[in-house]
Design a binder for this molecule. Structure first.
Ligand code: VGL
Ligand code: ZN
Length: 202
């Protein structure tokens, strides 16, 4: 058992990121049994849920002449465009049916503002708008976080770097994560996490 100062943050284990989903991460379903097992060792379990309104600005379908996986410049910086995914209230936005969610104490929804995406569980993609998770963790006296889920090179990566930036001790469990890997994004994410002081464990 980990202590009460450690939290497990399970990132975006939702139908749209799993097999047959709108933005299926290769082998994404494989994280479910690993995370179910892991979660039993944590006193504090938090889930994140990508939760976009229809017509979200990160959807390629909202931009003329753009395709999924193109990048554009938004007022807050560079943004990859995605297939429509995790639309609020749809089956794709629900957690994977085999994910054990009963022990989760908090669900952090993110990406719910139309004009801005949020990869991180801590800050939206402008890197300044908070989700409130830092305050929650601090109030609960949590000092260290372990992350797993989808996708390793996007939401897990940015959440891990932000957690380190907020002063938490951070570990990412690679065996409980899978990557999208667009143009070397996985290698870049690993470098970035290591430079931020994140421990990559497998
Ligand atoms: C994610 C792309 C778009 C993720 C979410 O969970 O990694 N990736 N929305
Ligand atoms: Zn998304």
């Amino acid at each position: 058992m980990n202590t009460a100062t450690d939290a497990l943050i399970v990132v975006d284990v939702q139908n749209d990121f799993c097999s047959h989903g709108a933005l299926a991460v290769p082998d994404g379903d494989a994280v479910v049994p690993v995370i179910n097992e892991l979660a039993r060792d944590f006193a504090v379990v938090i889930l994140t849920q990508d939760w976009h309104p229809p017509g979200h600005s990160s959807f390629a379908s909202e931009h003329a002449d753009k395709s999924p996986f193109d990048t554009i410049i938004m007022p807050y910086g560079q943004q990859t465009l995605w297939p429509d995914h995790c639309v609020q209230g749809t089956r794709g936005a629900e957690f994977h049916p085999d994910l054990h969610t009963d022990r989760a104490q908090l669900v952090v929804r993110k990406g719910f503002r139309r004009a801005i995406d949020s990869y991180s569980a801590f800050f939206e993609n402008d890197q300044v708008t908070p989700t409130g998770l830092t305050g929650y963790l601090r109030e609960r006296r949590i000092t260290s976080v372990t992350l797993a889920g989808l996708a390793l090179d996007f939401c897990v990566h940015v959440s891990a770097v932000d957690a380190a930036r907020c002063g938490f001790e951070v570990r990412v469990l690679e065996h409980g994560s899978r990557a999208i890997d667009l143009d070397g994004s996985l290698a870049a994410a690993r470098d970035n996490m290591r430079s931020a002081g994140v421990r990559l464990a497998s």
